[in-house]
Design a protein around this ligand. Structure first.
Ligand SMILES: *Cc1c(COP(=O)(O)O)cnc(C)c1O
Length: 396
């Protein structure tokens, strides 16, 4: 039997991606100062981070990290069930649960791992996981890991969710959605989905990676904003690497479910606990996220300014009221050209292309932060309009 040569196979894939102009490249940030980034020797204004509240570079957050690291060292030295579970982890779980008004929260190394854990620990072969068509990679991979059926419904469509659940009787069911969709910026119809979940006896799981800190009272996210609680949404994901400016994630909700994850989820058990200092940083960030409504207020003003300005310039925005404000470009070559014109003009804005988004729906994923100034937003708008004109001229 002739074996497939892995090396040859990946080189062929690479050639194909190069020909399609889809080779993905990392950009190295040499230094960071708030929303300003030094890349390839030039300082750019970034409109692509998920640091919505500006907490990643906040003094108190960095100071908490340093203090804890000076006392506790750089790492946790083991997994949570061996001897890596530190009082700072415990405190962070308690304060996250308190903030989100749920009985229990469990800290994970990352949102990706947390998403894998939830399905792996709760779903079995004969079960079904029904998801919005635009849920992230980690939720889809999670279903594979759980070994159950995956069914997807049209974006933001509770009736579609209902149909998929009805068509998959037997076994247990989970209904999973993002709170705020990461590439579109729109918000899931959580109240309607919670009714669907109730009538179909499915467990509703909300991945609120982009809603936590930003939406809802005290920044408690999309679940709180929809007026829902742990009864309607037994489990939700709050990540610490986006609006909270650090790293890690928390699965929060029903005590029995969370307890079960802590005792049996493989992506929880078989990995090193987060550094305690990282938990200290998140505790400091949480305090600010909870208290400082002015950060959310400033963000809202910038979003409003961006949308109004973009409307005047005839840019193709999406139905988003969140800090994720995609500008549709259509063809991926247009998105790439516009992103590179923007970089020439001093802005770092990522072009999002297939397979991350559907063909013909390539976009610039503009994200706003409370740290941006109205002047920076205005300058970005002018630069996007200019980039659009250049792309149109080049196509003509
Ligand atoms: C970023 C993100 C994750 C993964 O969280 P990490 O902590 O970065 O691993 C999961 N779900 C969504 C919707 C995300 O945007």
């Amino acid at each position: 039997m002739a074996r497939t040569d892995i090396h040859e196979r990946i080189l062929a894939q690479r050639r194909l991606r190069t020909a399609q102009g889809r080779l993905r490249q990392r950009r190295t940030v040499a230094r960071r100062d708030g929303v300003r980034l030094e890349v390839d020797g030039r300082w750019l204004t970034g409109f692509c981070s998920n640091d919505y509240l500006g907490l990643a570079s906040q003094f108190e957050v960095g100071a908490a990290l340093q203090d804890a690291a000076a006392r506790e060292g750089a790492g946790s030295t083991a997994s949570h069930l061996v001897c890596g579970h530190h009082a700072l982890h415990e405190q962070l779980e308690r304060e996250m649960a308190d903030w989100l008004q749920v009985p229990r929260a469990l800290l994970f190394g990352s949102g990706f791992a947390a998403n894998l854990a939830v399905q792996q620990a709760l779903l079995e072969d004969e079960d079904v996981c029904v998801q919005d068509r635009l849920t992230p990679a980690s939720l889809i991979d999670a279903t594979r890991l759980a070994g159950c059926r995956l069914r997807r419904y049209p974006h933001l469509d509770p009736e579609g969710a209902m149909r998929q659940l009805r068509n998959a009787p037997g076994g247990a069911a989970m209904l999973a959605t993002d709170g705020v969709f990461s590439m579109d910026g729109d918000v899931a119809p959580l109240r309607a989905l919670s009714l669907v979940a109730r009538t179909q006896e499915a467990l509703l799981y909300v991945d609120d990676a982009h809603g936590i800190g930003v939406l809802g009272p005290q920044g408690r996210g999309t679940v709180a904003e929809a007026g829902l609680g742990v009864r309607e949404v037994p489990l939700q994901l709050a990540t610490l690497g986006k609006a909270l400016g650090g790293y890690g994630a928390v699965v929060a909700g029903d005590a029995d479910l969370v307890e079960h994850l802590a005792g049996s989820a493989r992506p929880y058990l078989y990995t090193t606990a987060l550094p305690p200092a990282q938990a200290a940083a998140s505790l400091a960030a949480l305090k600010l996220a909870r208290r400082d409504d002015w950060r959310r207020e400033r963000l809202r003003e910038l979003i409003e300014q961006f949308r109004t300005g973009a409307g005047r310039l005839g840019l193709d925005l999406m139905a988003s009221s969140t800090p994720i404000q995609p500008v549709l470009c259509g063809d991926e070559s247009v998105a790439t050209a516009m992103s590179s014109s923007l970089e020439d003009a001093g802005f770092l804005v990522t072009a999002i292309r297939p397979p991350t988004v559907p063909e013909g729906r390539s976009r610039l994923r503009v994200t706003l932060s409370a740290l941006h100034t109205p002047q920076q937003v205005q300058a970005l708008l002018v630069a996007i309009a200019d980039a659009r004109e250049r792309a149109d001229r080049a196509a003509a």
